[in-house]
Design a protein around this ligand. Structure first.
Ligand code: MNH
Length: 441
């Protein structure tokens, strides 16, 4: 039986964090026939991040996403040729410089969020943070990715594409926990819905791409880049199916993670008025009390950025990544044959003793330059590691800093009385039932 009785189906990551505290920086779980090596000790993580001996492994949660994203960047096997093609072609679209081109689109969406929160603040209502942040991140990637307006703040029912995607992700997530024979017998309706959802997503993207081809218009978005750039290594362009897979990848990989990070950040802000005060002072100094936040100013909001980093330390929205050995090796005193793989448990790495004796404390000053210089870099890995690390990092950071700065300069956030942070686990971590009350300054 292994430790079957101890699996917490709903919160495996948080269960593994407890186990790591009891068992140490490397341990093995046996769940029926499955084995899982969980690594979170700083020195061990440094070893598995060594790209000479180890590489990205497509763990089960990622393999399951291939029904949506195929060989898109995030879910491609290391050997698939479309990975390096797409990596080369899309690199420039995610550079720091490219953010200048997305800045206005991001601001337009942030303004919609502020309008919606202004009404809530005026009515004295609590806002549902996750819902708002999901609307924000979908609208941002829709516009910056392919100039599509999901208009999430202007409607009460989500866009059909978003509804299909949420249902599909839920189906994929649920299917890991249930018993195959029961699913085969009773799961037909859900399976058919799942197939329709995936078809709708693919058709929607294909329609956007076709429309773009017909019109020949240039929008300065990621879709332009995918349609018009040639991979310098192969001299080839991305084919239609690969473009579709990349678009779906941005929606899958970029959305929940960024929304959850913003949600966790607002949770911490609602508990730390002193952090809000310091951030607000910075924003006033860099931007002024009102007026538009410019592209160049975002990089100057160093303290707001530290709030984001400290949030990603405590609750990294992508809670880990898988690594596999290229050839036989040893790790933590055990021999691992070629093909073995491990899971790096980020929330525990981010609480390693190297972070000091009070790792649970939310303190953005941990990311002040002096503090960063004093500790090793490999104990903070919210974006993954090596060549397969997050390509959307600058994008997510620009969006998160811009959004938080816009909210902090305008509102105070009060927590809901009695609320304790409830970290929901799907493929990502996100705050559940998080509500805050806003007062406009
Ligand atoms: Mn993102 C890979 C975390 C935002 C697109 N992302 C990864 C990985 C982590 C990660 C961790 C590595 C996974 C692995 O090794 O298996 N990503 C995040 C976090 C945020 C995030 C914490 C927000 C906060 N990511 C985004 C955004 C986009 C994006 C926004 C796109 C718009 N991420 C990707 C893609 C990959 C990736 C694409 C795969 C890159 C590759 O393998 O080449």
């Amino acid at each position: 039986m292994g430790d079957l009785l101890s699996i917490d189906v709903a919160k495996p990551v948080q269960r593994e964090m407890q186990m790591a505290q009891e068992l140490g920086g490397i341990f093995e779980r046996k769940i029926l026939q499955h084995r899982l090596i969980v690594v979170s000790g700083a020195d061990l993580v440094r070893e598995v991040n060594d790209e000479e001996k180890w590489a990205k492994f497509l763990g089960k949660p990622l393999r399951k996403l291939r029904v949506i994203a195929g060989d898109g960047l995030f879910t491609a096997f290391n050997s698939e040729p479309n990975w390096s093609k797409a990596h080369n072609i899309l690199g420039p679209g995610f550079s720091q410089a490219a953010m200048r081109g997305y800045h206005d689109s991001m601001l337009t969406v942030v303004d919609r969020l502020v309008d919606s929160w202004d009404s809530a603040a005026a009515g004295g209502e609590y806002v549902d943070v996750s819902t708002s942040m999901t609307s924000l991140t979908f609208d941002v990637i829709g516009r910056c990715g392919f100039s599509y307006d999901f208009d999430s703040f202007g409607r009460t029912e989500p866009d059909p594409f978003i509804a299909a995607m949420s249902r599909a992700l839920e189906y994929i997530n649920r299917s890991s926990n249930d018993i195959p024979i029961l699913r085969a017998l009773f799961g037909r309706a859900a399976r058919e819905q799942h197939e329709r959802d995936i078809a709708l997503m693919q058709q929607t993207v294909d329609r956007i791409v076709e429309e773009r081809m017909r019109s020949g218009e240039q929008h300065g978005d990621l879709l332009d880049l995918m349609m018009h750039t040639v991979d310098p290594d192969t001299g080839e362009q991305l084919d239609r199916e690969s473009i579709r897979n990349q678009v779906l990848t941005f929606l899958v990989a970029g959305n929940e993670t960024t929304a959850a990070t913003l949600g966790f950040a607002i949770h911490f802000l609602s508990r730390h008025p002193e952090v809000v005060a310091e951030a607000r002072a910075e924003i006033t100094e860099v931007v002024g009390a009102d007026g538009r936040i410019g592209y160049e100013q975002v990089a100057k909001l160093r303290y707001v950025r530290r709030v984001v980093d400290e949030t990603l330390r405590l609750w990294p929205a992508a809670p880990g990544y898988f690594r596999k050995v290229r050839g036989e090796t040893t790790l933590g005193g055990r021999t691992l044959p070629k093909g073995s793989w491990v899971f790096v448990l980020l929330p525990q790495l981010h609480r390693d003793p190297l972070w000091g004796d009070d790792p649970e404390r939310f303190d953005p000053d941990r990311f002040a330059p002096e503090a960063v210089r004093k500790r090793p870099a490999h104990i903070f890995k919210p974006w993954g590691t090596g060549i397969r690390a997050c390509i959307g990092r600058q994008f997510a950071l620009h969006e998160a800093v811009l959004t938080l700065a816009s909210l902090i300069r305008r509102y105070d956030f009060a927590p809901e009385p009695g609320y304790e942070l409830d970290v929901h686990e799907a493929i990502t971590l996100k705050p559940r039932r998080l509500k805050v009350k806003l007062s406009t300054l």
